[in-house]
Write a protein that binds this ligand. Sequence first.
Ligand code: UDP
Length: 238
Amino acid sequence: MLKYERILLKLSGESLMGETSNSVDPETVSFILDQVKEVLALGVKVGIVVGGGNFFRGVSGSDRLGIQRENADAMGMLATVMNGILLRDVFNSHGIEAKLFSAFPIGSFIKGYNRDSMVRRVNNGEVVIFVGGVGSPYFTTDSGAALRALEMGADLLIKATKVDGVYTADPKKDPTATRYSQVSFDEAIGNSLGVMDMAAFALCRDNKLDINVCSIFKAGSLKRVVLGEDEGTLVYCN
Ligand code: UDP
């Protein structure tokens, strides 16, 4: 029995690097594809928001290179476009229909965002991939993920990270750290758990959209999440 039938998966740009120092690691991309395939096979509708941190992040670009923040963020948004093209083509080449939607117009080769068309694709069982975040500087793709999750009517936002959930402390530094199986939005804020950036977090909380934080590098984790098993950390509305 599925607990979640319509999910928005937030993949950071860094998740495409795997454990390598390359911007994109083919084996990792293939592994992620397999994880998504598993949930598609269960009939789950899937949207993906991909970040761009494997190529460029606005804040560090403007701090270190002196690029004006708005322009550095534009570079970051363009980085997400490259990841989106990559994912779309990998999905398509493995026989999975995937459509790319950009928050802003990209020449003639990526569809501009249109909610009705996007929802039709989702209902049709196609994977929709969103790039460009929300299309404005000073935001991150976490906000893009919260926004698109709401627009596609997702019943869960899955934030896929390298760590398999939210911990009481940094598990790399503190061996006594334990994973929260579930935590409420209020507890997450009260304990400064830093699940997502605050703008994204607030959007989810205000619209009662639960979040699951889990590892994308753990085989079967997405599947276990949609089946409602104890995987990662569920951040739930009160
Ligand atoms: N970005 C932006 N507006 C958005 C989404 C992203 O300006 O709505 C820029 C921002 O500079 C950010 C970069 O794109 O640093 C890459 O996105 P993000 O850091 O969210 O990628 P991730 O960490 O998930 O790979």
